[in-house]
Write a protein that binds this ligand. Structure first.
Ligand code: CP3
Length: 341
């Protein structure tokens, strides 16, 4: 019997959490705000850490031991498939990710590679973790639109100009690119499921740069493709995008088990439009509140917790990832607050 199936997190993803409190975990809970993470990073580069199964397992486990959260998110990155495609991936401390050979409309071919083989080290990390981990393990991948935008822009950007101009001027080749990335990502996620993840989160972090029509055509359509391909595996799928407070209705309609809501929305109001019968909701505290005075933080957390009280399909989380400058003790206090409700 797999005990994680009876955990608060998996029950909430199935909209069947009848306990008093919701489960809690955080996006970027395994990152630089943790002194224990920074100590490891002093010895290894970020990519070295991503490539080594023993380190994947060690870092993934850190926030479980330090914070006592109800779920673990695999330590990896949404850009690892771009490295596997041979585009050249580096992480620079001040800049973030850099793609050495970005795609252009003129040179847009990605080689046929097996993600299950190229990223086998991720699967090994998952197997290592599953030997001892006491909470459910979330696997993840980037959604095709966001991964494509990194492949084109070459780094984190503000206006997505190259991506959007390609998309609008040559939609045929842009769709071909999205399809190739989607197929590879499905292969990658199937491998993660084979290795033992209990749930999956798909990150379309940059979808908020799209208007409604383009969102449907270039972002939502490929998330749907992925859900359709993975649904039969029986592992709950959470969709996250910046812009989810605007697009939540459409994200529900494509069959996600849960939607992770950005911090712009009043999640309680959103729940009135999108009932528990339709989808689980995750979110949505502004990560900046972890840098606010503690009483302000807990006051805002209480607004969300009160509004979602006893919703069997609710998971407490942030609207986006934890900032590196966040004090660990503040995050711990927030976890204790959620658990004491
Ligand atoms: O703790 C976790 O959430 C698990 C691991 C995780 C990382 N990246 C580790 C990481 C996850 C789920 C991601 C997803 C990811 N990566 C996204 C989608 C989520 C989002 O934030 O919208 C994106 C866009 C990326 C790409 C990426 N990776 C960026 C933009 C950066 C640099 C900026 C930053 O936040 O550090 C990274 C690096 C990265 N990914 C770090 C970690 C722990 C920091 C690396 C370091 O140690 O220097």
């Amino acid at each position: 019997m797999n005990l994680t199936q009876y955990s608060l997190l998996i029950q909430a993803l199935r909209r069947q959490n009848y306990e008093k409190r919701p489960p809690v975990w955080f996006m970027r809970q395994a990152g630089r705000y943790l002194p224990a993470y920074r100590q490891l990073r002093a010895r290894y580069s970020f990519l070295e850490m991503c490539h080594q199964p023993a380190l994947i397992a060690e870092v993934t486990q850190l926030p479980i031991d330090i914070l006592g959260v109800d779920g673990a998110i695999l330590f990896a990155d949404i850009l690892l498939p771009l490295e596997a495609f041979g585009l050249g991936l580096q992480f620079h401390d001040s800049v973030g990710p850099v793609i050495e050979r970005p795609l252009t409309p003129e040179s847009n071919e990605l080689p046929a590679v097996s993600m299950a083989e190229e990223l086998a080290y991720v699967g090994e990390g998952i197997r290592e973790l599953k030997k001892t981990l006491k909470v459910p393990l979330l696997g993840f991948a980037g959604a095709p639109f966001t991964v494509a935008s990194y492949a084109i822009e070459g780094k984190t950007c503000r206006d997505w100009r190259k991506t959007k101009l390609w998309m609008l001027k040559d939609p045929t080749s842009f769709h071909r690119l999205l399809k190739t990335i989607a197929t590879a990502t499905i292969d990658y996620l199937n491998m993660q499921i084979d290795a033992g993840v209990d749930a999956i989160q798909i990150f379309d972090s940059w979808a908020h740069c799209l208007g409604a029509v383009q969102f449907r055509e270039f972002s939502l359509a490929y998330m749907r493709l992925m859900i359709q391909a993975l649904k039969s595996r029986g592992v709950p799928i959470i969709l996250f995008c910046r812009g989810s407070s605007v697009f939540a209705g459409e994200m529900t309609a494509i069959g996600a088990d849960a939607i992770s809501i950005d911090w712009n929305a009043d999640i309680t109001k959103l729940r009135r439009w999108i009932p528990t019968a339709a989808v689980a909701l995750q979110g949505n505290l502004d990560p900046d509140l972890l840098l606010a005075p503690p009483n302000k933080l807990l006051q805002e957390a209480a607004v969300i917790l009160d509004g979602m009280y006893r919703d069997p399909g609710y998971i407490f989380n942030l609207g986006h990832g934890i900032h590196p400058e966040t004090p660990v003790d503040t995050v711990k206090a927030l976890v204790e607050f959620v658990k004491s409700r």
